[in-house]
Design a binder for this molecule. Structure first.
Ligand code: SF4
Length: 422
C-alpha cells in the first residue's frame, strides 16, 4: 500500500522547499515529486532505520550504557565543547544548548561566522523570500551558483510569477557576479566577471557609483568602468532589488569586509529604491542553529558557559581555535559534518580526546569516537522545525516510522545521567 504525503519540507539546502510530495511504501520513499537533483538521491536513500545503533569504543552497546558512558566523559571534563548543530533541528539545538549550560561548556556551530559578524557590525536590510518572489524585478547572485548549490532557488524565486511581477522571469533582470562563468551565469541577463580577490574593490566602486561619486580608473577589479556604471544604474532604477550572496564572496580577501561592503551597498541603494540582501545558506539548518542559540543565550555562535553565564567572543570561543590551542578536553558533536571544516591541527586534537558523536544513519566519522549514537533524522523520522535561509521557520513532518532516538532525547538523557551521577 503506497502512502502519499503532500507538502513535505526538504532540509538538504537552505531553500527548505516545502512543496514536495513523497510516495512511501515498505519503509522507504520510492517517489519524490518536485525534489531536485540534490534532494532526490538523498530522499530515496532514507530508510526507516529501525535498528538502534549505539557504540562505545567501536563496540555495540545498549542505548542506556552509551548514555552512561557519555555522561561519565562529560562529567569528568573540565573544558568540554559542544559543536555542530546544523544537521539538527530546533528541539535538538535547544537540548544541546541546555546541556552546554549544564556542563559549563563552550558551544559553537558550523555557521558562516564572517557573514553573521558583518551583519552585527553594519545591520541588514532583508525580507522574506516570499517578498522577493512577489516584488523583485532585479535579482543579483554574488559569489553564488544556485543552479548547483540550491537547484530550485531560481525556479521558485526568479522564474515564478509574483504579485507585482506577473511575468516571472520575463519581468526580472538577473545579474551574476562571480570570478568565473557558472551555470547560473548562463541563465542570467548580465554576467559581471571580477578578478579573484577583488570583490571588495568592485563593491566599493559600486557604492561610489550609486552615490554619484566619479570613478577615475578605467577598470576596477577586472570590471570595465562603463559596465560598473551601467550595473549601478540598473540597481538604482529597480523597483525592488534582491542581492543574494554566497560563499564565493568570502573565499578571497577579508571575508567579513566583503560581506560588510555588500550590506553597505544594499543600505546605499535604499536611498533610491527598495533593496534587500540575503545569505545563500548552504546545507543543513544553520539558520536554525544561529536562531536557537540567539534566543537561548543572546548570541548566535561561539558561546562559553564556563563562568555559569553565556559569554560571546568569536575567535576565542570558536571551536577551531579552542581545539588548536588544546583548550578542550572532551567534546560532543551534534552531527559530525562540521569536522571537515576544522583545520588539520584541530581535527588531530579532536581525535586525541574523548568525543561523543550523535549522527544520522549512514553518516561516518573518519575515526572511532569514544561514544557514538545514531539518531533519527528530523523531517524524515521525526517532526521538527527548520529555518529557511530567510529565517522563516518551516515545520518538518515525519514521513517514515523509526525506533531511532532523536538527538533531543539522547542529549536530555545524557543531561539527566550527569545530574544523577553528580
Ligand atoms: S532546492 Fe534545496 S530545499 Fe529545495 S528541493 Fe532542492 S535541495 Fe531541497
Amino acid at each position: 500500500m503506497v502512502e502519499v504525503i503532500h507538502d513535505v519540507a526538504c532540509t538538504v539546502c537552505g531553500c527548505v522547499c516545502d512543496d514536495l510530495t513523497l510516495h512511501v511504501t515498505g519503509g522507504r520513499i520510492n517517489v519524490a515529486e518536485r525534489a531536485c537533483s540534490l534532494s532526490e538521491p538523498w530522499l530515496l536513500e532514507q530508510t526507516d532505520a529501525s535498528v538502534v545503533s549505539t557504540q562505545v569504543e567501536g563496540k555495540k552497546v545498549a542505548l542506556e550504557v552509551a548514555v552512561r558512558s557519555a555522561a561519565e566523559i562529560l562529567r569528568e571534563s573540565r573544558a568540554p565543547l559542544v559543536y555542530g548543530l546544523s544537521s539538527s533541528s530546533t528541539p535538538g539545538q535547544r537540548a544541546a544548548c541546555r546541556l552546554a549550560d549544564q556542563l559549563g561548556a563552550t558551544i559553537d556551530t558550523t555557521c558562516h561566522a564572517p557573514s553573521v559578524m558583518a551583519l552585527q557590525a553594519v545591520g541588514e536590510s532583508t525580507s522574506t523570500l516570499g517578498e522577493v518572489r512577489h516584488r523583485s524585478d532585479v535579482v543579483v547572485y554574488w559569489g553564488s551558483n544556485p543552479m548547483k548549490s540550491h537547484p530550485r532557488h531560481v525556479e521558485r524565486y526568479v522564474d515564478a510569477p509574483g504579485m507585482f511581477v506577473p511575468g516571472g522571469r520575463r519581468d526580472r533582470h538577473v545579474v551574476v557576479v562571480d570570478v568565473e562563468r557558472t551555470a547560473t551565469a548562463e541563465i542570467a541577463d548580465r554576467f559581471v566577471q571580477v578578478e579573484p580577490g577583488s570583490d571588495f574593490e568592485v563593491l566599493w566602486a559600486l557604492r561610489a557609483a550609486v552615490q554619484g561619486v566619479e570613478l577615475h580608473e578605467n577598470s576596477i577589479g577586472g570590471v570595465p568602468r562603463a559596465d560598473l556604471l551601467a550595473f549601478a544604474e540598473r540597481l538604482k532604477t529597480a523597483q525592488y532589488g534582491a542581492l543574494f550572496f554566497g560563499l564565493g564572496l568570502t573565499r578571497h580577501g577579508v571575508p567579513k569586509a566583503n560581506v560588510e561592503a555588500l550590506l553597505r551597498l544594499t543600505t546605499d541603494l535604499n536611498a533610491h529604491t527598495r533593496c534587500t540582501a540575503h545569505r545563500m545558506r548552504t546545507a543543513g539548518d544553520m539558520a536554525g542553529a544561529d536562531s536557537v542559540l540567539c534566543w537561548q543565550t543572546g548570541f548566535p555562535f561561539s558561546v562559553s558557559f564556563s563562568r555559569g553565564y553565556p559569554r560571546y567572543n568569536p575567535g576565542e570561543y570558536t571551536a577551531n581555535t579552542l581545539l588548536e590551542s588544546g583548550e578542550v578536553d572532551a567534546a560532543i558533536l551534534v552531527g559530525s559534518e562540521g569536522v571537515g571544516k576544522l583545520s588539520r591541527a584541530a581535527q588531530a586534537q579532536l581525535k586525541s580526546i574523548p568525543v561523543v558523536v550523535l549522527d544520522s544513519p549512514g553518516a561516518k566519522t573518519c575515526w572511532t569516537p569514544a561514544v557514538h549514537f545514531t539518531t533519527a533524522v528530523y523531517g524524515i523520522h521525526r517532526p521538527g522545525t527548520a529555518y529557511r535561509m530567510d529565517e522563516v521557520p518551516i515545520p518538518l513532518r515525519k514521513v517514515l516510522d523509526s525506533s531511532l532516538p532523536s538527538d533531543e532525547e539522547v542529549l536530555a538523557a545524557i543531561g539527566h545521567s550527569i545530574a544523577a551521577q553528580s
